[in-house]
Design a protein around this ligand. Sequence first.
Ligand code: UD1
Ligand code: CA
Length: 448
Amino acid sequence: MSVALIILAAGKGTRMNSDMPKVLHPIAGAPMLVHAMNAGQALDLSHTVVIAGHGAEAVTKAALDHDEDATVVLQTEQLGTGHAVMQARDALAGFDGKAIVLFGDTPFMQNETLQAMLDAPADVVVLGFEPEDTARYGRLVMDGTSLERIVEHKDATEAERAITLCNGGVTCCPAPLMFELLDKIGNDNASGEYYLTDLVGLACAAGHSATVVTCSEAETLGVNSRAQLAAADALFQTGARAQLMEDGVTLVAPETVYLSLDTIIGRDTIVEPNVVFGPGVTIESGATIRAFSHLEGCHVARGGIIGPYARLRPGAELSEHVRVGNFVEIKNAQIAEGAKVNHLSYIGDATIGEKTNIGAGTITCNYDGVMKHHTDIGDNVFIGSNTMLIAPVTIGDGAMTGSGSVITSDVEPDALALARAPQVEKPGMARKLFEMLKAKKARLSRSS
Ligand code: UD1
Ligand code: CA
């Protein structure tokens, strides 16, 4: 059975107080919209339709970046959730499977819950939950196990407001029936909006069945403000850390480690306190990520030791047993097995060969102010401390550079390159200088 996912993401999100559309605010390094799109990934999806409105251009880009097969449709005016779903009609023309509608600002829906909704024996299935505070939610009016209708908080009577079972915002229904019923929805209600929730009453009136599948409040958690965004992120982090530890990763101080939605860390890797994993990081097993390191868009192979205070930026590809020490930044560079960059270095747009040692304070000078250039360092090279490598430049296998060298041209394999001013020595000159300076200081203090 194929399924269509319809994600409503046209709203402004006024309470975010932001120029950015709400659904693009990130949780664990990924837009909320991506979390919502992921919610359906284990289902047999044939269509993903995102309804965009506010910030449609950016929302479209984020949706397609995540899933190039998604369809984005525009809802030019936000006339309500029912109206939003109607915009998917053309995108789903001819589709006769079930459609699941969910909200782009509800990031934690689980595949299992959506599957349970698909499996529930009724024409219309709505997600229900019992919030701690029912305020503002639609109330589910039940008749036994059947759902009769949904009444929005604003439109509800006192008796209806006493109902504790609320609408979690996910609706599942065969697509043809959904569009047929949506045609009958009006906007004669307290908000003047076309409510998706009216679908239930209309379905029942037409002799269709409706029921409820329930989940926890945490799962339906919606984000409306920056405070809720932070709370949602915290919730994600707690779950992701617990999962990693269960998978055999040591987090020395779990509550200080920040993870992204796509962080992958192998078994028996140790993560010390205060490490940030931005998007796109994979760490193989048996690595150590030492305290205060910041990683994004990088790969660390088995047995690597990173940090403390290291920064791995996008395109940093570290082979097995690479060692990157304190205050080292690596960007768009492949570091071969057993190589070491231990102290205070910048390696950008470079390749470093096996077992090469990069001395303290080395910089690959990759940018000339206009263009970026590559530095290629071979195997078993020794780069002396404080070497400036002016790219483009190639250092052959087994070569050496003297400390403090500014290397502007290629170095042959096994050669020693020295590119610094020769040392000059003046006997006795230091003592004379000291005496001169002390005398000057004494003169100045007498005259003041
Ligand atoms: C909705 C439900 C309510 C439920 C609650 C759960 C309706 C009428 N009400 O209320 O029963 O308890 O969610 O959180 O469905 N959107 C659009 N276009 C529109 C309007 C909304 O794309 O024209 C999107 C919003 O961006 C948002 C989602 O739909 O992501 C929900 O809309 P919102 O206005 O927040 O609905 P609620 O009032 O919270
Ligand atoms: Ca809402």
